[in-house]
Design a binder for this molecule. Structure first.
Ligand SMILES: Nc1ncnc2c1ncn2[C@@H]1O[C@H](COP(=O)(O)OP(=O)(O)OP(=O)(O)O)[C@@H](O)[C@H]1O
Ligand SMILES: [Mg+2]
Length: 251
């Protein structure tokens, strides 16, 4: 069953069609790769699905809801949560505090909860949930460390933990492997697979082909905002159009 259907989606910036009549659908429980050369429209696709930009045209159907053009917080509340290409962590806070802040943005405590004492219960539940999420991302032991002291790979993992604290059903990851060495990449691949095994569907934008080929069930390839190819990792690896699009960029 498809958890996400993108239908003829376009996003224009002035004369530029950053996303151009793009259609694809993602099966529930899959890790779907979204790849393509720099400027192909991957982040813009994320921005439109997650409600950071309204689409110029097209439909986005998530879990039975037509979400195209909804506000970002409404889309997040439905279970569509994304991470950012650049890290947006609070560096002076601890690891745990970052996750709790991410959670608060998603589920703010109401006045009634605060007055009735239910807020404290909510806080305890939030902390338990935050620690579970940190365990998934291999960060539970570091939860009282200042975020600024984490090595790069663990800061990227924390960015995903913050997103997971919002309890997504569809998690969109924008280049989670950026700047990682081979060992950090291997560890992060294990964490992302664990997130998928916990029942979260993942849409993965990534340039690291080892990670994309190793993790994804299917891959959608964009070029100049348009769908270039779609298939299994083996099919995409051997696709002449895909190879040409990447070599064309390098040259
Ligand atoms: N807010 C914006 N205003 C104007 N143009 C934009 C905006 N955001 C993106 N673009 C343009 O849209 C095109 C697609 O950009 P996008 O960031 O989606 O590419 P990408 O596939 O994520 O690339 P990368 O792999 O480098 O992250 C680019 O030409 C970019 O310059
Ligand atoms: Mg991008």
């Amino acid at each position: 069953m498809a958890i996400l259907r993108v239908e003829s989606l376009s996003k224009r910036f002035g004369g530029l069609a950053a996303v151009d009549a793009l259609s694809f659908q993602v099966e529930a429980g899959d890790i779907r790769g979204l790849i393509g050369p720099n400027g192909a429209g991957k982040t813009t696709t994320f921005n439109v699905i997650s409600g950071f930009y309204a689409p110029t045209s097209g439909r986005i159907v998530y879990d039975g809801h037509d979400i195209a053009g909804l506000k970002a917080h409404r889309i997040a509340a439905l279970g569509v949560v994304r991470t950012f290409q650049a890290s947006l962590l609070f560096h002076e806070m601890t690891v745990l505090e970052n996750v709790l802040v991410g959670r608060h943005l998603h589920a703010p405590v109401g006045v009634w909860d605060a007055v009735s004492g239910r807020a404290r219960v909510t806080e305890a539940a939030a902390e338990a949930r935050a620690i579970a999420v940190l365990e998934t991302m291999g960060l539970a032991d570091r939860r009282h460390d200042a975020t600024v002291n984490l090595p790069h790979g663990l800061q990227r993992a924390l960015g995903i933990a913050v997103a997971l604290a919002a309890e997504p059903k569809l998690l969109m990851l924008d280049e989670p492997f950026t700047g990682m060495n081979l060992e950090e990449t291997r560890v992060m691949m294990g964490h992302i697979d664990a997130v998928r095994r916990s029942g979260v569907t993942i849409l993965l934008v990534e340039h690291d082909m080892q990670a994309v080929m190793g993790l994804c069930d299917r891959i959608t390839v964009l070029n100049f905002g348009r769908l270039l190819a779609e298939g299994t990792p083996a099919e995409i690896r051997g696709n002449a159009n895909v190879i040409e699009a990447y070599l064309g960029t390098a040259a």
